[in-house]
Write a new protein. Structure first.
Length: 143
């Protein structure tokens, strides 16, 4: 299927997954999954962004410069896998993937979502099974 815009991609995703999303206050699609809420949206009506919350920052998290450094290390590891990135969104650590129009058409969009959710489960599992309380303790697995 040739996808020409994010709306077509969203329609295709909903068709193959059977998801019945809610529409968020900013027009994003919100899907309740066992692991939390998956959101996908197109802020510029061109690219698609897929997001899911990994963790909330513990109160004991170090200063922002340490967090930024650790996020950069995590993202360097994820880049080697040519997959997602981890971003800090307020008090939340979020797994995010941005798909360009070229990627939307060159990828099987259902496989992209399946890979994203598999990555989420893997990273979330590493975070939860870590001895440390820091969301960034999984860093060693990606560098």
């Amino acid at each position: 299927m040739e996808i020409h815009n994010p709306k077509e991609a969203f329609d295709f995703i909903l068709k193959i997954t059977g998801w019945s999303p809610e529409i968020g206050e900013h027009g994003e699609y919100l899907v309740e999954l066992d692991s939390g809420v998956l959101s996908f949206f197109s802020p510029d009506a061109v690219c698609i962004i897929i997001r899911q919350k990994l963790n909330s920052l513990p109160e004991a998290e170090p200063d922002i410069s340490n967090m930024c450094r650790d996020i950069a290390k995590l993202n360097a590891g994820l880049a080697k896998l040519a997959r997602c990135r981890i971003v800090l969104d307020g008090e939340d650590v979020v797994l995010e993937q941005v798909l360009s129009p070229i990627e939307i058409n060159e990828s099987h969009i259902d496989e992209v979502f399946e890979d994203f959710l598999n990555d989420f489960d893997y990273i979330k599992g590493r975070l939860e099974n870590s001895v440390s309380v820091s969301p960034f303790s999984a860093m060693q697995y990606f560098i």
